[in-house]
Design a protein around this ligand. Structure first.
Ligand SMILES: Cc1cc2nc3c(=O)[nH]c(=O)nc-3n(C[C@H](O)[C@H](O)[C@H](O)COP(=O)(O)OP(=O)(O)OC[C@H]3O[C@@H](n4cnc5c(N)ncnc54)[C@H](O)[C@@H]3O)c2cc1C
Length: 281
């Protein structure tokens, strides 16, 4: 429940929403509420103004546009799962959505909320990184700007969002022939658990040679990260599973209540090697 003194605004257009955010930057955006309401219920947050985005149609929809797939910020996990466009262009993101929460969470939880919440364990983050996603941010004063997902996460729960901005959409490049992707979430259970680590990989092969590699991990550190050393080693040759060991140059896993650093390190190498073996095999 929101505190009785919170003022709730429910804009009907994006312009109205951005104007409300710009005039009172302390206003807290509310999308599905699956992260926010947990904080409010636990008395960790008591916003005085809440911007309920749920009725803003411009923040909805999954469409193909000029070689990109546009996903409105209010796209729910359930909508990701049922999108035929994403089944073709971003199957790894669909798989990630399938592992997320339970049906109630998937029906309310949104992609924009997952990004703005910026938990390093957010399940959409590795697929969006591996797919070279771009986040679109809107402000009433400066209009729209686009930030590559790799530059969106600045530190633990810190993002490139300015105080007067909202996430309006996420853009993914259309799939290119030869791209193969893989998603894996390691948790206590396959669903309804927070990731100990999550991984999304993408390789593009032409004539047996890797021409592009993207390897993205979540829940290993304060921000989701790309394994650049392994990516560079993979590109320009056939898939060599032993390159997975190079991952130790890219990651310094954290220890927390969910897992030890050693477990995360071993599991990350094993998940990557397993996928590379299946590609090579
Ligand atoms: C039981 C349970 C299970 C869960 N399981 C998973 C899981 O398996 N994997 C996973 O990744 N997450 C999980 N979550 C977390 C949560 O469901 C997701 O992070 C979800 O995607 C958040 O989206 P939302 O729309 O509900 O965000 P909200 O709670 O509405 O907002 C979250 C944050 O984002 C901000 N925000 C929202 N939309 C915008 C916007 N358009 N622009 C700017 N800021 C915005 C809000 O101000 C707030 O700070 C779980 C949560 C619960 C309660």
């Amino acid at each position: 429940m929101l505190t009785s003194h919170a003022e709730v605004l429910s804009p009907r257009s994006l312009q109205e929403a951005l104007t409300a955010k710009a005039s009172h930057p302390e206003t807290v955006a509310l999308a599905g509420g699956t992260d926010l309401m947990v904080l409010i219920e636990a008395n960790k947050l008591a916003p005085s103004r809440v911007l309920n985005l749920w009725g803003v149609q411009e923040l909805r929809g999954i469409d193909a546009q000029d070689g990109w797939i546009r996903l409105g910020a209010l796209t729910t996990w359930t909508e990701l799962i049922h999108s035929t466009l994403l089944a073709d262009h971003a199957p790894a993101l669909v798989e990630a959505a399938q592992t997320c929460g339970a049906a109630q969470i998937r029906n309310r939880g949104t992609l924009g909320g997952n990004l703005a919440n910026a938990s390093p364990a957010g399940d959409s983050l590795p697929p969006l990184l591996a797919l070279d996603g771009v986040v679109e941010l809107g402000s009433a004063r400066r209009g729209l700007r686009r930030v590559p997902i790799e530059r969106f996460f600045l530190g633990y729960r810190k993002t490139a969002l300015e105080r007067d901005e909202l996430i309006t959409a996420i853009y993914l490049p259309a799939r290119v022939d030869g791209d193969e992707t893989f998603f894996r979430k390691v948790g206590t259970r396959r669903a309804q658990s927070i990731s100990k680590l999550s991984f999304c990989g993408r390789v593009r092969r032409q004539g047996g040679q890797v021409t592009l590699a993207r390897l993205a991990f979540g829940a290993l550190g304060p921000v989701p990260l790309r394994a650049h050393t392994v990516e560079v080693a993979l590109e320009g040759g056939p898939v060599r599973p032993q390159l997975a060991e190079l991952l130790l140059n890219d990651i310094r896993p954290i220890a927390d209540v969910r897992s030890t650093a050693e477990y995360r390190q071993r599991a990350a190498v094993n998940v990557l090697r397993g996928w590379l073996e299946s590609l090579a095999g």
